[in-house]
Design a protein around this ligand. Structure first.
Ligand code: 4NP
Length: 156
């Protein structure tokens, strides 16, 4: 089993969006028994909450399930539980470094690192920009490329 944890700040806008989109792609490719997906926030303000309304509206529109997705904070032992920790922006990477030191056994990267010629290196936070549509486009592109990368690397 390959395990992926998506991370943002609040775990209510971007990373639950990534979790739902990636889980949907994995299911459609019949890889649910090979790839496990979760998300977390570097902050704890929204622990236990469902995704932000803006994220839910986009996922509903695209008919992507977010059933069972509730916010939680990233923990130190996530470095034992996951193979990939995929952050939305550079601040997340910095904050993750405070939770756990760099560890060769876990790939810690930003989602946009997987997209060639991405217009953004960081996924803009729609909690502040209000533009959930643009974030959805970027996160979707990132999830497709991340899955391609994993399929090639793990021979799925
Ligand atoms: P997210 O957005 O990191 O994409 O979930 C945010 C959600 C909540 C807050 C910040 C960012 N907040 O400060 O409460």
């Amino acid at each position: 089993m390959v395990r992926v944890l998506f991370v943002c700040l609040g775990n209510i806008c971007r990373s639950p969006m990534a979790e739902a989109i990636f889980r949907d792609l994995v299911k459609k490719e019949n890889l649910s028994d090979k790839i496990e997906v979760d998300s977390g926030g570097t902050g704890n303000w929204h622990s236990g909450n469902v995704p932000h309304k803006g994220t839910r509206i986009l996922l509903d529109r695209e008919k992507i399930s977010y059933e069972g997705i509730l916010a939680r904070q990233v923990e130190e032992n996530d470095w034992d539980a996951f193979d990939y920790i995929i952050a939305m922006d550079e601040q997340n990477i910095e904050d993750l470094g405070k939770i756990h030191k760099a560890d060769d056994s876990v790939i810690v990267m930003k989602l946009m690192d997987f997209v060639d010629n991405s217009p953004e290196v960081d996924v803009p936070d729609p909690y502040y920009t209000g533009n959930f549509d643009y974030t959805f486009q970027l996160v979707s592109a990132g999830c497709i490329q991340l899955l391609n990368y994993m399929k090639e690397k793990h021979h799925f």
